[in-house]
Design a protein around this ligand. Structure first.
Ligand SMILES: [Zn+2]
Length: 85
């Protein structure tokens, strides 16, 4: 049994699936091994992982204004609730 090492192109092609954990365990292992030995791919992996983290954070932030919008609408519908004259 020979375990072929992935080339950089093969790792790049699987990076999304690797991050999404949609690879076979054998593929995950091959990608992981390549990332450990290849600085170029591991920095690309860190970049992609960082982008995903940012995206998740942004998506979480978007959920907050949704309820804020409701509060603002409620305040606009009833100005007396916020204005103290
Ligand atoms: Zn590489």
């Amino acid at each position: 049994m020979t375990i072929d090492r992935y080339t950089c192109a093969e790792v790049f092609a699987r990076l999304d699936d690797y991050l999404d954990r949609e690879l076979d365990p054998a593929e995950v292992e091959l990608v992981r091994q390549h990332l450990e030995t290849c600085e170029k791919c591991s920095s690309e992996y860190r970049f992609e992982a960082g982008v995903r983290e940012n995206l998740k954070t942004k998506l979480r932030r978007i959920e907050v204004p949704a309820s804020l919008t409701a509060q603002v609408r409620a305040a606009l519908a009833d100005p007396g609730a916020t204005d103290s004259e």
